[in-house]
Design a protein around this ligand. Structure first.
Ligand SMILES: Cc1ncc(COP(=O)(O)O)c(C=O)c1O
Length: 373
């Protein structure tokens, strides 16, 4: 049998990682400004993380949700403290798409409505509801089409209000910062107005912080720049530094009804050990503040480069848009300068490094990057 390979791939066999670097099978070192797609938060092979998950798997890797698991309580408490949502509850699953599925499901159980409102250029995953609220028709086959969704422009509060006033929408789903859409930051005052109109119409507000959350934006969640509190927040990627773990932060107004949500793997012992270790490291090493400081420096320096049409983003979630396709620049960066970066469409390079990126590594990136222009 062969692997069912649906991925366009870099021609590099990555076999090892350490901090903000990865290494190929020939021992070549690469600076990682991609973080394996915003997944590596505390750095590759962090020794405390390695120890925590090694100890856990040697003790009890998995047991089902039919028994008490105090690690779920410890994780929920630590997460509540880290992000300031201590009165919310935390439900755990295994991937970003699954987190959004569960949030959408709970919203519809809550107000018994069917429709979803989402935004142009959004990305929320590739399973049924998550694919439908993603603004890309390619991700949804005919079988998904029964699910009703309307797309409006980001920052267009009039369009949002017009739809929500029909009171037909179960929820609005929005990314803290659009990632796949090219690092589009919603305006803070739009987020405030969105919160007001969702409250007024009893529509659930779901913040997808799967890419922009967990410190990446320089605050724990990107929506915290606007000072709002959504009804649900979905998290994945950086939460467990590479283990498949995700979750939904759920406001007190939702009831935890047995049978509505459930999962075999979600919140297992190994997943909890990994996620607890990530939060402990983030706190000890001040990684949210680091993302803010190093990100600000990178954005400021990138804005001085005249070849870049626009620099967007917050913290260590940065998009650089060019007038011309960026394929050549990225290839030079990778194959000549040994730097991994991400992409959004044909014109935008995405930077999503581990949150422990140092100022020196940021400057090293800038030096290598300038050689590719
Ligand atoms: C904002 C956002 N939501 C959801 C997802 C889907 O996550 P997963 O691939 O873990 O299902 C992604 C993945 O890139 C994402 O960036």
């Amino acid at each position: 049998m062969k692997f069912f390979d649906v991925y366009p791939r870099f021609n590099v066999n990555v076999v090892r990682g350490k901090g903000c670097h990865v290494y190929d099978d020939k021992g070549q070192e690469y600076l990682d400004l991609y973080g394996g797609h915003a997944v590596i938060s505390v750095g590759h092979a962090h020794p405390d993380y390695v120890k925590a998950i090694s100890n856990q798997v040697a003790t009890l890797g998995f047991y089902s949700n039919s028994v008490i698991n105090t690690m779920q309580d410890e994780l929920s408490e630590k997460l509540g403290q880290a992000c300031g949502y201590e009165d919310y509850r935390f439900f755990m699953i295994n991937s970003g798409a699954e987190a959004n599925e569960n949030a959408i499901k709970l919203a519809s159980f809550y107000n018994n409505r069917k429709k979803m409102l989402a935004f142009h250029s959004s990305f929320h995953g590739r399973t049924t509801a998550a694919a439908r609220v993603t603004d890309n028709a390619k991700y949804s086959p005919a079988a998904y089409m029964g699910f009703e969704v309307t797309f409006v422009d980001l920052n267009d509060i009039e369009a949002v209000s017009k739809e929500l006033e029909t009171k037909e929408y179960a929820a609005v789903i929005i990314e803290g910062i659009q990632g796949v859409g090219g690092i589009q930051v919603p305006k803070d005052n739009f987020m405030v107005q969105l919160r007001e109109v969702t409250e007024k119409t009893n529509t659930v507000l779901i913040l997808d912080e799967i890419q922009s959350g967990y410190g990446r934006s320089g605050k724990f969640f990107a929506h915290q720049y606007a000072g709002i509190k959504p009804d649900m927040i979905t998290v994945a990627k950086g939460i467990a530094n590479g283990l498949p773990v995700s979750g939904v932060l759920i406001a007190p107004k939702f009831d935890a009804v047995p049978g509505q949500l459930g999962t075999t793997y979600g919140g297992n012992h190994l997943a909890c050990a990994a996620a607890i270790s990530v939060l402990d490291i983030m706190k000890r090493e001040n990684l949210v503040a680091n993302a803010s400081r190093v990100g600000e420096h990178l954005i400021e320096e990138l804005k001085k480069i005249k070849e870049i049409k626009e620099v967007r983003g917050r913290g260590l979630m940065i998009g650089m848009e060019f007038e011309q396709p960026i394929k050549q620049i990225r290839e030079k960066l990778l194959y000549e300068q040994k730097v991994f970066t991400g992409v959004a469409g044909q014109y935008t390079i995405r930077l999503l490094p581990p949150l422990c990126l140092t100022m020196e590594q940021a400057d090293e990136f800038l030096t290598r990057f300038k050689k590719c222009l």
